[in-house]
Design a protein around this ligand. Structure first.
Ligand code: CMP
Length: 141
């Protein structure tokens, strides 16, 4: 079944000029890109997006980092998009990420880990809606 997931190419990856290489991974892994936009989040936007982590000790570090520079937000489509994208990016901690995954290749630490991926279909819908109006989601067929 074709599903959607939400991805972010995070500020560390954009700063290190890895946006294009990561975009290439996305396409080669068979995802359709429904929309993509380069943005700089405000701190309030980062706090809203990561609200589920508000009580975690790393919340301040996470939201400051995510609002520190440009990032690319993407709405992706593929069969079983959520688990497929999580497999493509690898474990949150790059030291635990499998060989060949995006985080293994491009992440430097658990905080600056190159990319984000939704953890469920329900959250994917919410996260896509946080950044993209329906009218900007364009199927390429
Ligand atoms: P992401 O997939 O964007 O979802 C939540 C983020 O919190 C996660 O990637 C990590 O970048 C970050 N995170 C998780 N655990 C830690 C931690 N222990 N210290 C700093 N950041 C963390």
């Amino acid at each position: 079944m074709t599903n959607r997931t939400f991805a972010i190419i995070k500020p560390d990856a954009v700063k290190n000029n890895n946006t294009g290489l990561i975009f290439d991974h996305i396409l080669k892994a068979g995802f359709n890109v429904l929309s993509a936009r380069l943005i700089k989040m405000t701190l309030a936007q980062a706090e809203g997006f990561y609200g589920v982590h508000a009580e975690r000790p790393f919340f301040g570090e996470l939201t400051e980092f995510m609002s520190s520079g440009q990032c690319m937000v993407l709405a992706l489509e593929k069969d079983n998009a959520v688990p497929a994208w999580r497999e493509t990016i690898g474990a949150t901690n790059p030291e635990e990420a499998a060989e060949g995954t995006i985080r293994r290749l491009f992440a430097t630490s658990i905080g600056e880990n190159a990319v984000h991926g939704s953890d469920s279909d329900e959250n994917a819908q919410k996260e896509i809606a946080f950044f993209f109006p329906d009218t900007e989601l364009i199927a390429n067929n």
